[in-house]
Ligand binder design. Structure first.
Ligand SMILES: *[C@@H]1O[C@H](CO)[C@@H](O)[C@H](O)[C@H]1NC(C)=O
Ligand SMILES: *[C@@H]1O[C@H](CO)[C@@H](O)[C@H](O)[C@H]1NC(C)=O
Ligand SMILES: *[C@@H]1O[C@H](CO)[C@@H](O)[C@H](O)[C@H]1NC(C)=O
Ligand SMILES: *[C@@H]1O[C@H](CO)[C@@H](O)[C@H](O)[C@H]1NC(C)=O
Ligand SMILES: *[C@@H]1O[C@H](CO)[C@@H](O)[C@H](O)[C@H]1NC(C)=O
Ligand SMILES: *[C@@H]1O[C@H](CO)[C@@H](O)[C@H](O)[C@H]1NC(C)=O
Ligand SMILES: *[C@@H]1O[C@H](CO)[C@@H](O)[C@H](O)[C@H]1NC(C)=O
Ligand SMILES: *[C@@H]1O[C@H](CO)[C@@H](O)[C@H](O)[C@H]1NC(C)=O
Ligand SMILES: *[C@@H]1O[C@H](CO)[C@@H](O)[C@H](O)[C@H]1NC(C)=O
Length: 886
C-alpha cells in the first residue's frame, strides 16, 4: 500500500514537472510570437533566456509573471499576451496600441496590475475584464474608450486603484463602485459621464482620492463619501452638481484638496470646514454658494489657496483669516462682500494674490498694505473703496498688477507708485475721484504695459518723463482736466484718440487739435533702443572662449575632411558618367510608379539642383519624369562602414519611414550607388525656418507674425519630443533643418542622421558629432556627446531665433558671444526682455508681447548652461501650448 502511495507521489511529481516544463516552453513560444508581432526593442529572439529580456520577469519555474512594455512606441495586436497564463503584472502603458482591448485579458486570473493607459485603445471596456478576480490596479486612462462602464467589473473585489480618466466613456457611475471595499483611488475625470454620484460611494471605506472633474455629473454631493473619513483629494470641478455642501465633509481631517468649482452648488460653506486640519487647497469658484465667508477657515493652518470667486457670498472678510500664515492666494472677487480689508489680513505674510475686485467693499486701503511683502497682485477694482491711495504703496516692490479702478478713491496719485519697478501687467486707477498732477515718477515704470488713469480729475500736463515707460502699449488719460501737448512718444501717438479725449486742454497727436505755436517745437525725442553689447562677464569669458575654440577646431577639421572626400567623389563621378545603383527602394507603395531612381541619381550630379547644404548632407531638388518633385539628401563623408552595414542601414531607414509624426520629415526611399547614399523625401516648397527668419530680404513682404512663429515653435518641439519619446537623439537641430510645408507647418529634418551616424553604434568614423555652430550645447566641449538635454539646448536656440529674429551667431554679438550668451547677459547690460524680442512683433499688441515674454522664459530654461536644469522636451511642448491657449 505504502509503496503504491510512494509510486503515486513520484508519478504525481513527474506529471506536474512535465506540465511545468510544457508551460514554461509555452511562455517562450508566446514571447517569440509577441516579438514577431510587436518587434520589441531590446528583445533578442536568438537568446533562449527569455526571462532576462527587457521588461520580462519570471518566477522560479520560468513562467512569465511580469511584462512591462511601457513607453516603447509599440503598435500591433496584443491579444497573444493573454496566453502568458501566470502574469501578475501587465504594463502596456504609453504606446501606440489601438483597436479593442482584447477580451482574452479577462482570462489572466492571476493578474494584479493591468495598466493600458496612454494608448489609443477604442471600443468599449470588455466585460470579460470582470474575470480578473485578483486585480488590484486597473488603469485604462488616456485612451479612446467609449460606452458604459461594464456591470461585470463589480466582480473586481480586490481593486485598490481604478483609473478610467481621459476617455469618452458615457452613462452614469455604477453604484457598485461603492461596494469595492478596498478602493483607494477612483479617477474618472474627463469623460462624458452623467447622472448622479451614487449614494453608496461612501461604502468604499478606503477611498482616498476621488477625481471626477470635467464630466456632466448632476445632483448633490452625497454626504456618504465623507462617512469613512479617509478622503484626501476630492476633485469635482466642471460638472453640473447642485445642492448643498454636506457638513459631513468635516469628518475627513486628512482632506487636503477640495476642488468643486464650476458647478451649480448652493447654500453655505459648512462650519465643519474648520475641522479639516490638512486643508491646503479650497476652490469653489463659479457656483451659487452664499452666506458668509466662514471664519472657520482660519482653523486650517496649511490653507494655501482660498478661491470663492463668482458666488453669492456676503458679509465681511473675517479678521481671523489673518491667522493663515501659509495663505498665498485669497480670491474673493465677484461676490457681495463689504466692509474693510481687515488689518489682520496683513499678517498673512505669504500672500501673493489678493483679489477682492467686483464686490461692495466700502472701507479704505490700509496704509500698511505693503507689509504683505510678497504681494504680486493687488486687485481691488469695482468696489466702493474710499480714502486715499497710501503713499506707502511704493513699498509693494514685487507688485506686477495694481487694479484700483471704479472706486471712490480721492486725493492725488502718490508719486511713490513710480518705485514699483516690477509693475508690468497693469496700473489701473480709472473711474475714481483722484486729482492733482500725473506724477512724472511714473516714467520709471519701464516694464509697464497698460496704464489707465482715465475718468478722474487729474490736471496739469502729461509729463514728458512718461517717455521712460518703454514697454507701454495701452494707455488711457481720457476724461480728466489735463492740458498741454500730448508728448511725442510712439505709444501715445499710436493710441486711438479716445485715449486722450475728454480733456479740454490737451492738443497734438493723436488728437485732431493742433497745439499751434504756443508750445513751440518740442525737442524731438527719438526713442531708440540700444542693442550694443557689453562684453560677457569676465569670469565666464575664458571658459566660453575655450569651449568655442575647441568646437570650432573640430568643426574645421571635419569640414576639411568632408571637402576632400567630396572632391574625390565628384572626380569619380565625372569619369564614370552613369553610376550603377547598388541598392534602392521606395517605401511608400503609391509613390513607386512616380519616382525613378536613375533620375534621382542624375539630379544630384548637377550643382544647379542644389537647394542647401547642411552639416552632414547636401540637399538637391530632383524633378521626376512623372512630374513629381522629390528632395534628395546626399550624405556627406559617407562612411565605408555604412555601406558594409547596408542592410542595417536599410532596416533603420525603413523603421524611420514608419515613424509617424506630423512634425518630422520621414524618408520615403533611398538609393545607394558606389559609396554614396541618397535619402529621398517629399519636397517642401517653403524652404527652411532659417530662410524664413533670416533671409527676409528675399521676401521683403513677408514677415511671419507671432502666432505663426508660435505654431512653428510648438510644431518643432512636438517633433523633437516625439523623437525623444522613441529614444532618438537628434544630432543636428538648427533652424536650417526645420522645413516648412505650404501651410508653414514645421517639419524637423535630418532625423536619419542620428541613426546612420550614431557614433555609439560604431557605424561612423565621425566621432565628434556636434551639430551646427551656435547650436552646440556648452557641455559638449567636455562630454563630446550629444544628449537629450543637449537637444533641448539646441531647440532653445531655435526658439530664441524665432523670438529675436536674430541668427544663432552674428557679428552683432561681440566675439565669443553667440545668441544664447547675448540673451542671457541682457540683464548685465541693463536691458529688459523687451529689448531682446523682435520689436516689430512685440509692440503689435499686448497679447503678443505677453506671449513672447512667456516663450522667452521657456527659451531661457532650455538654454540653461547646466544640462540637468533644462526641461524635458515634453514639458517644453506643454509650456508652449499653455502660452498659446491663454
Ligand atoms: C539570430 O540567428 C539567425 C540564424 O541563426 C541569424 O541569422 C541572425 O543574425 C541572428 N540574430 C541576431 C540578432 O543575432
Ligand atoms: C523561489 O526560490 C527561492 C529559493 O530557491 C525561494 O526562497 C523563494 O521562496 C521561491 N519563490 C517562489 C515565488 O516560489
Ligand atoms: C488581434 O488578433 C485576434 C486573433 O489573434 C483577433 O481576434 C483580433 O480581432 C485582433 N485584434 C485587433 C485589434 O486587430
Ligand atoms: C478564456 O478561457 C476559457 C477557458 O479556457 C475559454 O473558453 C475562453 O474562450 C477564453 N476567453 C477568451 C476571450 O479567450
Ligand atoms: C494611470 O495612467 C495615467 C495616464 O497615463 C497616469 O497619469 C497615472 O499615473 C497612472 N496611474 C497609475 C497608478 O499608474
Ligand atoms: C453592494 O453590496 C451590498 C451588500 O453587500 C448588496 O446588498 C448590494 O446589492 C451591492 N450593490 C451592488 C450594486 O452590487
Ligand atoms: C444640469 O442639470 C440640470 C438638472 O439638475 C439639467 O436640467 C441640465 O440639463 C443639466 N445641464 C447639463 C449641461 O447637463
Ligand atoms: C501642514 O503641512 C505640513 C507640510 O506639508 C505637514 O507636515 C503638516 O502635517 C500639515 N499640517 C496639518 C495640520 O495637516
Ligand atoms: C459699508 O456697507 C455696509 C453695508 O451696506 C454698511 O452697513 C456700512 O455702514 C458701510 N460702511 C461704511 C463705512 O460706509
Amino acid at each position: 500500500m505504502e509503496i503504491l502511495y510512494l509510486l503515486y507521489l513520484v508519478l504525481a511529481w513527474y506529471v506536474s514537472k512535465s506540465e511545468l516544463v510544457g508551460a514554461e516552453s509555452q511562455d517562450q513560444t508566446v514571447l517569440l510570437a509577441i516579438n514577431q508581432e510587436l518587434r520589441v526593442p531590446g528583445w533578442d529572439a536568438n537568446s533562449s533566456n527569455y526571462c532576462s529580456w527587457q521588461g520580462v520577469s519570471c518566477d522560479n519555474h520560468s513562467m512569465v509573471v511580469k511584462l512591462d512594455l511601457s513607453h516603447a512606441n509599440l503598435r500591433g495586436n496584443v491579444t497573444l499576451v493573454s496566453q502568458l497564463k501566470a502574469l501578475r503584472l501587465l504594463d502596456l502603458s504609453d504606446n501606440n496600441f489601438h483597436g479593442f482591448i482584447p477580451p482574452a485579458f479577462g482570462n489572466l486570473s492571476d493578474l494584479e496590475v493591468l495598466d493600458l493607459s496612454s494608448n489609443k485603445f477604442d471600443g468599449s471596456i470588455p466585460p470579460e475584464l470582470g474575470g480578473l478576480r485578483n486585480l488590484k490596479s486597473l488603469n485604462l486612462s488616456s485612451n479612446l474608450l467609449v460606452g458604459k462602464i461594464p456591470e461585470e467589473l463589480h466582480r473586481l473585489q480586490k481593486l485598490q486603484e481604478f483609473q478610467i480618466s481621459s476617455n469618452q466613456l458615457s452613462g452614469s457611475l455604477p453604484p457598485w463602485v461603492g461596494n469595492l471595499t478596498s478602493l483607494r483611488v477612483f479617477a474618472a475625470y474627463e469623460n462624458h459621464l452623467d447622472g448622479k454620484l451614487p449614494d453608496n460611494l461612501g461604502l468604499a471605506s478606503e477611498l482616498r482620492i476621488l477625481n471626477l472633474h470635467s464630466n456632466q455629473l448632476q445632483g448633490p454631493i452625497p454626504a456618504g463619501i465623507f462617512a469613512a473619513g479617509k478622503l484626501e483629494v476630492l476633485v469635482l470641478t466642471q460638472n453640473n452638481l447642485s445642492g448643498d455642501l454636506p457638513p459631513e465633509l468635516g469628518n475627513c481631517q486628512g482632506l487636503s484638496n477640495i476642488r468643486i468649482g464650476n458647478n451649480h452648488l448652493l447654500g453655505t460653506i459648512p462650519k465643519t470646514i474648520g475641522n479639516i486640519s490638512s486643508l491646503t487647497y479650497f476652490e469653489a469658484d463659479n457656483n451659487n454658494l452664499s452666506g458668509e465667508v466662514v471664519s472657520e477657515f482660519s482653523r486650517c493652518p496649511n490653507l494655501t489657496l482660498l478661491n470663492l470667486a463668482s458666488n453669492g457670498f456676503s458679509g465681511t472678510i473675517p479678521p481671523e483669516l489673518g491667522q493663515l500664515l501659509n495663505l498665498q492666494e485669497l480670491i474673493l472677487s465677484g461676490n457681495s462682500l463689504f466692509g474693510d480689508i481687515p488689518e489682520s489680513i496683513l499678517k498673512c505674510r505669504n500672500l501673493n494674490k489678493l483679489d477682492i475686485s467686483n464686490n461692495r467693499f466700502n472701507g479704505t486701503i490700509p496704509s500698511e498694505i505693503c507689509n504683505l511683502s510678497r504681494l504680486q497682485f493687488l486687485l481691488v477694482g469695482q468696489n466702493s473703496i474710499r480714502g486715499e491711495i497710501p503713499h506707502a504703496i511704493g513699498n509693494c516692490a514685487k507688485l506686477l498688477e495694481l487694479q484700483m479702478g471704479s472706486n471712490y478713491l480721492t486725493g492725488i496719485i502718490p508719486s511713490e507708485i513710480g518705485h514699483i519697478r516690477n509693475l508690468q501687467i497693469a496700473l489701473n486707477l480709472s473711474f475714481n475721484h483722484l486729482h492733482g498732477p500725473v506724477p512724472p515718477e511714473l516714467g520709471r515704470l519701464d516694464k509697464l504695459v497698460a496704464l489707465d488713469v482715465s475718468n478722474n480729475r487729474l490736471s496739469g500736463t502729461i509729463p514728458a518723463d512718461l517717455k521712460g515707460m518703454l514697454s507701454l502699449i495701452e494707455v488711457n488719460f481720457s476724461n480728466n482736466l489735463l492740458s498741454g501737448p500730448v508728448p511725442e512718444f510712439v505709444p501715445f501717438q499710436k493710441s486711438p484718440n479716445s485715449s486722450f479725449l475728454g480733456n479740454k486742454g490737451l492738443c497734438g497727436e493723436p488728437l485732431n487739435s493742433s497745439c499751434g505755436n504756443v508750445y513751440g517745437d518740442h525737442n524731438n525725442y527719438h526713442h531708440k533702443v540700444s542693442y550694443r553689447i557689453i562684453l560677457a562677464v569676465i569670469g565666464s569669458g575664458l571658459a566660453v572662449f575655450m569651449s568655442v575654440t575647441v568646437v570650432v577646431l573640430l568643426f574645421m577639421i571635419r569640414e576639411r575632411q568632408e571637402k576632400a572626400a567630396k572632391d574625390a567623389g565628384i572626380a569619380e563621378e565625372e569619369t564614370n558618367a552613369k553610376p550603377t545603383i547598388i541598392a534602392g527602394n521606395i517605401f511608400v507603395e503609391n509613390l513607386r510608379q512616380a519616382i525613378d531612381l536613375d533620375a534621382v541619381v542624375k539630379a544630384t550630379l548637377k550643382d544647379s539642383n542644389k537647394l542647401s547644404s547642411g552639416t552632414f548632407s547636401t540637399v538637391y531638388k530632383a524633378v521626376m519624369p512623372s512630374g513629381m518633385i522629390v528632395s534628395v539628401r546626399r550624405l556627406k563623408s559617407m562612411d565605408k562602414t555604412i555601406i558594409h552595414h547596408q542592410n542595417k542601414m536599410i532596416r533603420e531607414l525603413e523603421r524611420l519611414s514608419k515613424l509617424c509624426h506630423d512634425n518630422l520629415v520621414r524618408p520615403i526611399g533611398y538609393v545607394i550607388y558606389e559609396d554614396v547614399a541618397l535619402l529621398l523625401h517629399h519636397y517642401l516648397p517653403n524652404g527652411t525656418l532659417a530662410q524664413l527668419l533670416h533671409e527676409s530680404t528675399r521676401q521683403p513682404e513677408y514677415q511671419p507674425d507671432w502666432p505663426t512663429r508660435l505654431s512653428i515653435a510648438i510644431g518643432v518641439a512636438e517633433g523633437l519630443a516625439f523623437l525623444h519619446h522613441v529614444a532618438i537623439i537628434h544630432l543636428d537641430i538648427s533652424s536650417g533643418n526645420v522645413l516648412l510645408d505650404a501651410n508653414f507647418k514645421p517639419l524637423l529634418g535630418e532625423i536619419e542622421i542620428s541613426k546612420l551616424l550614431d557614433p555609439t553604434r560604431g557605424t561612423a568614423s565621425i566621432s565628434a558629432v556636434a551639430g551646427s555652430f551656435g547650436y552646440i550645447p556648452p557641455e559638449y566641449a567636455y562630454t563630446m556627446q550629444v544628449t537629450a538635454p543637449g537637444n533641448v539646448y539646441s531647440y532653445g536656440v531655435v526658439l530664441l531665433e524665432i523670438l529675436t529674429s536674430r541668427p544663432p551667431v552674428d557679428e552683432d554679438f561681440d566675439e565669443g558671444v553667440d545668441l544664447v550668451k547675448w540673451v542671457h547677459s541682457a540683464p548685465v547690460r541693463g536691458e529688459t526682455p523687451e529689448q531682446i524680442l523682435d520689436a516689430r512683433l512685440s509692440t503689435v499688441s499686448f497679447g503678443w508681447r505677453k506671449e513672447m515674454l512667456a516663450a522667452l522664459k521657456v527659451a531661457l530654461l532650455c538654454t540653461d548652461s547646466t544640462p540637468a536644469k533644462r526641461p524635458k522636451m515634453k514639458k517644453v511642448v506643454e509650456m508652449l501650448q499653455e502660452i498659446k491657449k491663454n
